[in-house]
Design a protein around this ligand. Structure first.
Ligand SMILES: *Cc1c(COP(=O)(O)O)cnc(C)c1O
Length: 400
């Protein structure tokens, strides 16, 4: 058989630069390479694998649904959508759900919803709506979304860009309030910026944004695609900060690592600006994804996975703080989620991730010398010992 990596290189687009690990099988928090080597998965599909690989309850739900019906299109009803949207709405404490597939699609859906709400409810003049976003954001890869990205790699050479967005410094509630005017329909914010390197805003920031949005009649939209569904030590990172946004955007872990599944979860009065024919998706809310999504919601209902992620936070702190003596310049921990800045003199985040892979740990640099660690929520303390031990080794080998 021809080498699969050579085929990928020859025929695939080069829009990623994967680490030199070829995964053949996976279970729980661990993956096995084609060469038989085992790795602790501390990327977990950028948090799409919050429940680990092939969680038995998720595999069972998918398998059962594969034996019934997988796709109907929304031209017809099926029996999984209703229960899925009801159960997800209940988990979020909201009452209306619009399912899509990828995270970027759900962000686009929220932007469309906000503009339509602005015109039909708030009374903004047609074509004038503005949406406030934050510097350092990552919301996906569509033309409109990269139009307001500050990341040159994501943004450059894709113009002309979609107008109607204003970016303000993340964590500065006064700057955000100052950017709002009568045309503003929404604020789109990550409660914790994941791709930026697990950047946690200052205490009180999200509550101040919430208060401003309420006062100015602007929708607060929380992109919880990466921060939500347990990662931050709570069902939502917003909730951990005591804040209820007008809309949640969910994705990644919502599909249980099996199906692409995303959603906008909001209030009925806001959602009802969308009417038949005004928005949709062929695969959005399909029976297979909905069945998996229901099983995901069921895993989150008791709250023990969220509690475990929160309990891991001090454990991670105890283990990782000493690494500041081994070339770690910055360390941010929120739930079971770590942003770690390597002293650039020791190497790039990429170099550290290569050393980690050599040592049996999968992680990915976000940019420059920053890496993110986001193991599945089902890791054990022994797994975290493995991570700490191998991270220490990797740092020492870079220092040599
Ligand atoms: C990953 C991510 C997205 C985009 O999700 P895709 O499924 O890759 O389109 C959007 N927002 C945040 C915060 C993300 O982490």
């Amino acid at each position: 058989m021809t080498d699969p990596i050579a085929l990928e290189d020859q025929y695939g687009a080069h829009n990623y630069h994967p680490l030199p690990v070829t995964i053949a099988t996976a279970e729980g928090a661990w993956v096995t390479g084609t060469d038989g080597r085992r790795y602790l998965d501390c990327l977990a599909g950028y948090s799409a694998l919050n429940f680990g690989h092939r969680h038995p309850a998720l595999i069972a739900a998918a398998t059962e649904q594969l034996g019934r019906v997988t796709l109907t299109s929304r031209a017809f009803h099926h029996d999984q959508l209703g229960p899925f949207v009801a159960e997800l709405a209940a988990l979020a404490g909201k009452d209306a759900v619009l399912p899509m597939n990828s995270g970027a699609e759900a962000v686009e859906t929220a932007l469309k919803l906000a503009r339509r709400w602005g015109y039909l409810v708030k009374g903004v003049a047609d074509g004038e709506a503005t949406i406030i976003v934050a510097d350092g954001n990552f919301h996906g890869r569509t033309i409109s979304i990269i139009s307001f990205s500050g990341d040159a790699e994501a943004h450059d050479n894709y113009g002309p860009y979609t107008p109607g967005f204003r970016s303000v410094p993340y964590g500065d509630a006064a700057a955000l309030a100052a950017a709002i005017d009568d045309t503003t329909v929404a604020v789109l914010i990550e409660p914790v910026q994941g791709e930026a390197g697990v950047v946690v805003p200052p205490e009180g920031y999200l509550a101040a944004v919430r208060a401003t949005c309420t006062e100015r009649n602007v929708l607060m939209i929380a992109d919880e695609i990466q921060s939500g569904l347990g990662r931050a030590g709570a069902t939502f990172a917003s909730g951990r900060a005591g804040v209820v946004p007008d809309a949640y955007i969910l994705g990644k872990a919502l599909g249980g690592g099996i199906m692409p599944l995303s959603a906008v979860v909001t209030d009925r009065a806001i959602m009802d600006v969308i009417t038949p024919g005004t928005h949709g998706s062929t695969f959005g809310g399909n029976p297979l994804a909905a069945a998996v999504g229901r099983a995901v919601v069921k895993l989150l209902e008791p709250g023990d996975l969220q509690a475990a992620a929160l309990a891991f936070e001090p454990e991670l702190r105890d283990r990782l703080e000493p690494l500041r003596n081994h070339g770690v310049d910055g360390l941010r921990i929120h739930g079971l989620w770590v942003g770690l800045d390597l002293d650039p003199a020791l190497g790039t985040g990429r170099a550290l991730c290569e050393k980690l892979a050599d040592n049996g740990v999968l992680a990915k640099d976000t940019h420059g010398s920053t890496i993110r660690l986001s193991p599945p929520l089902i890791v054990t303390p022994d797994d975290l010992d493995h991570l700490t031990d191998r991270l220490t080794r990797a740092l020492k080998s870079l220092a040599r």
